[in-house]
Design a protein around this ligand. Structure first.
Ligand SMILES: NC(=O)c1ccc[n+]([C@@H]2O[C@H](COP(=O)([O-])OP(=O)(O)OC[C@H]3O[C@@H](n4cnc5c(N)ncnc54)[C@H](O)[C@@H]3O)[C@@H](O)[C@H]2O)c1
Ligand SMILES: [Zn+2]
Length: 349
């Protein structure tokens, strides 16, 4: 299955997202496969079998979000220079969102930009991170604060990569899928209630639908000046949960799951979601083995953390909420503090 991306901006970009088992992919340029030590053991051979290129360099970096930084990018750049890669070269990101974000960012800089291709291997990166062209790394001031918008030349999503993915990582990807369903598509939401994740066809349907929904948003708003912000549903709260637990206790998707439950509590208070629908979403998340509770020790401190997020840096917090029903969305700014505190109090330790 091929899903086309067509970004309507001044320098319009078009490319395809392929969802199928890896086929032969031919390059007429030198190729560097950027991957990590975990993924390379599991899937490098398969990637190498499908890639045909005049020269292939494999660049392995350590595994972990803590290595998603400028130092690792510098080592990748160094390897490219050593291997005499020129401006007509292609980087292939083989791994999860960490590898995808870092490789895309490196590609956007190397000799002012070389082509890159995404080969996402986690559910989260297949349904979310590999689509849309956000690239970047973390630094001591926060996550993804250094980066660029840089679209790949193509995305190759092979659902079979997921066979080796730990269950917890799989569930984390489901949180992003639920996010998209609740924001955009009630039919998809109802499908998720019945889905069988042990069935390959169901997984393919979930990936394809999520990619389509995200692609549709990105096509309209590449640089997040409007609707793309809706993809942050569950993230405004989730980022605070990640931050308060020092990024150790929860995977990103798990924090998003908790964030969705918190956002829904606020939506219920604003009459934007019925209690029944909020409960229904909770049940769906729980069924996917995602956490749905979090004990807030200090409500005021939790609230203050909203303002550390780069997306609320100008002082107003944008809350992304369902808009009256599952499948529709609204961006609410200037919700009175006491209402938010009211919602947060439902999670008081
Ligand atoms: N660019 C975007 O739009 C966007 C969107 C969402 C998230 N992100 C970024 O993505 C990152 C999270 O991505 P992630 O959840 O994929 O994390 P990840 O890349 O750290 O991968 C999770 C773990 O799974 C391992 N792994 C990957 N594929 C595997 C496989 N097939 N089998 C077994 N193990 C495998 C990895 O080595 C890692 O240990 C974050 O850095 C986040 O900021 C970016
Ligand atoms: Zn996310």
């Amino acid at each position: 299955m091929i899903i086309p991306i067509k970004i309507e901006s001044s320098d319009s970009k078009e490319y395809n997202i392929h969802i199928e088992n890896l086929q032969n992919i031919e390059f007429d340029t030198k190729v560097a496969i950027v991957t990590n030590t975990t993924v390379s053991k599991l899937h490098l051979d398969r990637a190498l079998k499908s890639i045909k290129a005049p020269h292939i360099e494999v660049i392995e970096v350590p595994d972990g979000e803590e290595y998603k930084n400028i130092e690792t990018v510098l080592t990748i750049l160094d390897r490219l220079f050593k291997a005499k890669f020129d401006r007509k070269s292609t980087l292939v990101a083989l791994g999860g969102g960490v590898i995808g974000d870092m490789t895309g960012f490196t590609a956007s800089m190397y000799q002012r930009g070389v082509e890159f291709v995404q080969m996402p291997t986690t559910l989260l990166s297949q349904v979310d991170a590999s689509v849309g062209g956000k690239t970047g790394v973390n630094n001591s001031y926060g996550k993804n604060l250094i980066g660029s918008f840089y679209q790949p030349k193509a995305v190759y999503i092979d659902p079979d990569f997921l066979k080796t993915l730990p269950a917890r990582e799989f569930a984390a990807g489901v949180a992003e899928v639920v996010k998209m369903a609740v924001m955009f598509d009630i039919d998809f939401y109802n499908f998720l209630k019945e889905v069988d994740f042990s069935n390959r066809d169901d997984i393919v349907k979930v990936i394809a639908k999520s990619v389509k929904l995200k692609a549709d948003v990105v096509n309209q708003d590449e640089k997040e000046s409007g609707i793309r912000a809706v993809l942050n549903y569950g993230h405004t709260f989730g980022h605070v949960v990640e931050n308060l637990t020092n990024y150790r206790e929860f995977l990103h998707g798990e924090a998003v799951s908790i964030g969705i439950v918190m956002a829904n509590e606020l939506a219920v208070k604003l009459n934007l979601l019925t209690k029944e629908d909020a409960e229904d979403i909770k049940i769906l998340l729980k069924k996917a083995n995602l956490p749905i509770t979090f004990k807030i020790e200090n409500i005021e401190d939790f609230y203050e953390h909203f303002f550390l997020d780069k997306k609320s840096a100008n002082g107003s917090i944008a809350f992304i909420l369902p808009n009256g029903e599952i499948g529709s969305n609204i961006i609410k700014r200037d919700i009175p503090k006491d209402l938010v505190i009211d919602a947060l109090n439902c999670f008081k330790a």
